[in-house]
Design a binder for this molecule. Sequence first.
Ligand code: AHR
Length: 517
Amino acid sequence: MKKVSVHIDQDKGVIQPELHGQFIEFLGSCIYDGIWVGEDSGIPNYGGLRKDIVDGLKELEPPVIRWPGGCYADTYHWRAGIGKREERPVTYNENFGTFEIDTNQFGTHEFMKLCQMVGAKPWLNINLLSGSVAEMREWMEYCNRREDTSLARERAENGSKKPFAVEYWGIGNEVWAGGGTMTAEDYAREYRKYATAFPSFATVDTFFTKPPVMKRIASGPDGNKPRERVAWTKDFFKEMARYRQPAVDAYDLHFYNWNMKHPGQSELEFSGTEWNEVIQGCFELEDVIKEQYGLIQQGLKEYPEEEGFFKGAEAKCDLIVGEWGNWHSAAFMNRPALYQQCTMRDAITTALTLDIFHRNAGMVKLACVAQTVNVLNSLFLTKGERCLRTPNYDVFMMYKEHRGGSALEIEGLDTSGSGGIYAAASKKGDVVSISLVNTNMGNIKEIEIDFGTAAICIDAEILAGDAPAAYNSFEQPDRIRKQKAEVPGGSGPAFKLALPAASVSLYRFQVSPFYQQ
Ligand code: AHR
């Protein structure tokens, strides 16, 4: 039996709620049918936004939602998505085999409404490829200007007198590929212009006293390319280190768990070997996070010391994982484009990936799953009036317990990707939450957890399917749902737990403050 020690006094940093962020984009049926059906639809909606999705997201309380892309951001002109809906221009989407018109019914106000209804902070990604600095600035003015300017008036005429106060702004998306096929040096040069043009939205009273509200998010590397991603980050910061630099508040790495070995293979059919391959695949992200965090710190150190009287604050840059999730080869053939079913295998890798973020909470500050509805590693699937919550949704719901907690050190687990059981723990006050993932396809596994102090288990939930390839279909939408699990008795310090095959569990313990380890 595996023995695991949870060191309740070894705090590894606060798990930012933003690590549970979401990402939506007009690809396949993510936006149209997935989120937006229009006010006149027979499908229940709140002013055009699907009721079932909004209600599900309200329960989930996503801290942040990223939009309009992704690749779509690079052809998106924000003006097409404001004003009277019937007068909006019709554009065309060619990304990832979507090949559909965009009626632009879902634009800035509809996105903000969604964020407001579900309590999420918006993250807007600007169009660096076919847009301009002027277009970016105008979108910012339109969204955030409090003063009575023409753009603020236009926003008010379109329904929102109150500014949207958008904090997160992405400058480009995947600029090494669809976002411009740039070199890191070329991007750094572009970035300088765009980042410098950010309005401050300060007032005379706050200019010297409050830090700027707008966060500049740079497009980071392709996390799936081991050599290129190292070179990219080194080159980007090297270029930034020449002369003066604008702030790089955050650096957006993308990492997909590609399952491309068998082109066209259904995401629902896999052997034991293919189960393991996909599970192993998600662990690479932990090394990528450590590597990229190190390279960012090294890059910042190379910034030259400032001369003269006016010295800025020390440069800091947060690491973000703006897109992550399983990408099965079938997604390219499936219709709508990039649609994937999500089996227990996807739920397991979703849990393992969130655990990676939690374990490395000191290094990664924000992450967005790709994507929330009907695209790739989704939390919801829709078909006409029907809507289901995938097992990934339950993982996110269970893991809400970790938000805002302090990540704890765990000893005795193999996190290299070959151990079978994985865990992450966090502490809020005297309550420790521990998530446990049994990646074994067919065997129940026993584990002993030791807190080194008196503890009682106060709650337990489990997510397990009746088969590893089980999924929620429109015929059986609740085949896999989290359930209450048996709470082990006793007062610790150690507890024996039995973890069913292919399962995700979340146990909560109240621990004594008189720590003895
Ligand atoms: O999430 C789907 C696509 O994957 C995004 O549009 C793009 O940024 C990435 O390549």
